[in-house]
Ligand binder design. Structure first.
Ligand SMILES: [Zn+2]
Length: 241
C-alpha cells in the first residue's frame, strides 16, 4: 500500500462526478447489477452521462447495486488521460491494461483473485479491500466453479471465511483514500466494497512475455466458454447465470 502516491495527480485533485458527468458522452454502458461473483449475473443498460449523474452528491440511492466495472473510461473520454500519471508508477517496459471501476457506496466485487499483478489507484471516494493470502481459499475448499475469464472466484466472502479459521495473518483489510495506490500481487484474493461513491483505476501489468502468455491462455479458455464447452450456465459474462 502506497499512501498518497498519486495524491498530486490532477484526476485526484480535480475530478468530481458532477464535473465528469458534464463532459461525458451519451454513449451506452452496461452496468453490473449486484454481486455477480457470488450471486447471479445481471446487467442493466444506461448511458455514461446518466450513470455519472446518478452518482453525484445528493442523487437518489436507487442505483446502489449498479456498478460500471472494467470500463475503458479513457477510450470513452480520451482527454481525461492528461489527468492521470500512470507511467510514473508502472515498471518501464511492462505491458499494462488500464480499466476503471465506477460505482456508488455499497457496490462490491466478491472475493476473487486475478492472474496478473495489479496496481489499483484510488481517484475518487473511499474503498475497502479485504485481502486473503494465496492458497487460503483453496485450502478451505471455497473456490467457486463459476467461470470468469480473467479471475478465479470464491464461493464464500472474506469475512465469512475468516470466521471459519483461527486468524493467522492470512486475512488483511485496508481502506483506500483518494490518491492511495494498492499493489495486489497475482493470486492474492481480494474482495472490494465502496464506502462512498468511487472511481478507481486498476491496471494489470507485467513483463511482455508473461502478459502475452496469460492473454493467450485467457483467450483460448474464453473461446471454449463461448462455444459452450466450459463454464456453461455459470459465469460472470452471460446474464441469467
Ligand atoms: Zn459467460
Amino acid at each position: 500500500m502506497f499512501r498518497g502516491l498519486a495524491a498530486n495527480w490532477p484526476a485526484v485533485k480535480h475530478w468530481t462526478f458532477t464535473g465528469l458527468a458534464g463532459l461525458a458522452p451519451d454513449m451506452p454502458v452496461q452496468l453490473v447489477s449486484g454481486d455477480r461473483e457470488r450471486g447471479s449475473t445481471k446487467f442493466v443498460e444506461s448511458t455514461l452521462r446518466l450513470y455519472l449523474e446518478s452518482l453525484q452528491e445528493g442523487a437518489g440511492r436507487e442505483n446502489q447495486s449498479l456498478y460500471l466495472k472494467e470500463f475503458d473510461l479513457l477510450d470513452a473520454m480520451p482527454r481525461l488521460r492528461l489527468d492521470l500519471m500512470h507511467s510514473e508508477i508502472f515498471p518501464p517496459r511492462s505491458i499494462r491494461s488500464l480499466q476503471s471501476w465506477i460505482g456508488p457506496a455499497g457496490a462490491r466485487t466478491g472475493l476473487h483473485h486475478d492472474y496478473l499483478d495489479n496496481l489499483a489507484v484510488q481517484v475518487v471516494g473511499r474503498k475497502r479491500f479485504h485481502l486473503v493470502r494465496p492458497g487460503t481459499v483453496e485450502r478451505l475448499g471455497a473456490v467457486a466453479a463459476k467461470y470468469d475469464s480473467w479471475a478465479r472466484l470464491s464461493r464464500i466472502g472474506a469475512l465469512e471465511l475468516a470466521a471459519q479459521v483461527a486468524p493467522q495473518g492470512d486475512f488483511l483489510a485496508v481502506d483506500l483514500e483518494p490518491g492511495d495506490v494498492l499493489y495486489i500481487p497475482a493470486r492474492w484474493w481480494h474482495e472490494v466494497l465502496n464506502l462512498t461513491p468511487c472511481i478507481l483505476f486498476g491496471g494489470f501489468y507485467g513483463p511482455p512475455a508473461q502478459v502475452l502468455a496469460r492473454w493467450a491462455w485467457v483467450r483460448s479458455r474464453d473461446l471454449l466458454h463461448h462455444a459452450g464447452w466450459l463454464g456453461l450456465n455459470d459465469c460472470t459474462c452471460h446474464p441469467g447465470n
